[in-house]
Design a protein. Structure first.
Length: 373
């Protein structure tokens, strides 16, 4: 049977099974029409037809489904970049499975939980990304979240998968209330915390950056200004030079980069609206600091790859870099400037943690979970 035949068969079966006017029936018709007009532009392994899961929900307002990864969906939240359908397709060659919770009253997605299934049936999230896990509506009732995750867990087990599930979730500081519910639910479902990192972020307000920074950071900032340093945005054509600079700075300190140039270039090309370059330069135009910045969603800007050479340590141009990014957040309406985690292979990077604290960074946890049945 050809691709269109499969679509038609699924559509007809769905209309009979659920009724054309039911929420599930309408959802199948939406998927059918989507695929009828658009063949997949990514490998077929990434797609799973939407199917209503046997309901364990105590609240009939909500419906669980395993849905098509590439299907545009209205969410009750602005999805994080690393949980978006397009980015998920870049993270792994393994099978992508996307579980969602539909609020049938509003017809929007109240919970979004993408995972990857390896050939040995291990389940993990993220693939090649700083975090994965799930994202939920701020007003999602805790009992509905519990039922949803329990149902996902049962579905994976029933298909012979889910004997091992590994997840790394978004920093708690992004959405503390939602993170508390998610963490508590995972723990009650038998997950354990397998790793914990400290992440720092700066809450963005109408007040200048210097007002919430420590005195030491303000002194470094003033030193950079007196020396004539300037913060600026670089164009995408500067990426090869920026990568070489960042790589050199990291190697100088004994650290590696998590992405090759080719991988980073591909992300800039595919997600041009989300990836940007910023720098601090001397009056002569020499690079004193540089970073790759990622727009996580409309609320969060992530300082992903900051770097500065050791010869500029007495100026600490990274402070001016963060001040500039804070201004970018103010102009762009971002509420959070994410400074990232402070970890080394051997453990916490305490000097970096203290540096971020002096910038006005607030700590929160970034948790990894594991479940074994």
């Amino acid at each position: 049977m050809g691709f269109s035949g499969v679509c038609t068969a699924v559509c007809l079966h769905s209309r009979v099974a659920f009724g054309a006017e039911s929420a599930a029936g309408k959802r199948f018709l939406q998927i059918y029409n989507y695929f009828r007009c658009r063949r997949p532009t990514v490998p077929e392994r990434t797609f799973t037809f939407s199917a209503r899961m046997p309901s364990l929900l105590r609240n009939s307002r909500y419906e669980c489904s395993e849905t098509v990864a590439g299907l545009p969906q209205p969410f009750a939240f602005d999805p994080y970049l690393f949980l978006s359908p397009d980015h998920l397709l870049t993270q792994s060659e393994d099978t992508l499975r996307v579980f969602q919770l539909l609020d049938q009253k509003t017809n929007i997605i109240a919970a979004h939980f993408p995972v990857f299934q390896a050939s040995d049936n291990r389940i993990y999230s993220p693939g090649r990304a700083p975090f994965g896990g799930l994202q939920i509506a701020p007003d999602l009732p805790p009992e509905v979240l519990f039922d949803f995750l329990k149902q996902v867990q049962n579905t994976l087990k029933a298909s012979g998968n889910g004997t091992e599930i590994r997840l790394k979730t978004a920093p708690v500081g992004y959405a503390p209330a939602e993170a508390a519910l998610i963490t508590n639910t995972f723990l009650n479902l038998g997950f354990q915390v397998s790793a914990s990192e400290v992440n720092h972020h700066i809450p963005v307000s109408e007040f200048p950056f210097a007002e919430q920074a420590f005195d030491a950071a303000r002194r470094r900032l003033e030193k950079c200004r007196q020396a004539g340093f300037e913060f600026q945005e670089e164009n995408a054509g500067f990426l090869p030079d920026a990568y070489a600079f960042i790589k050199s700075c990291r190697e100088e300190k004994g650290h590696d980069l998590s992405l090759s140039f080719e991988a980073l270039e591909a992300l800039f090309r595919q997600f041009s609206a989300a990836f940007s370059l910023f720098s601090v330069r001397t009056p002569e135009g020499e690079l004193a600091a540089c970073t790759v910045v990622v727009r996580i969603n409309k609320d969060v800007l992530y300082n992903f790859y900051p770097a500065s050479p050791l010869r500029f340590n007495h100026f600490s141009p990274a402070v001016m870099l963060v001040e500039g990014l804070y201004g970018v957040c103010q102009k762009g309406g971002f509420g959070i400037l994410d400074l990232g985690t402070s970890a080394l292979p051997e453990g916490p990077n305490f000097p970096l943690m203290n540096f971020k604290k002096h910038l006005g960074g607030q700590p929160s946890l970034k948790l990894s979970f594991i479940y074994r049945s």
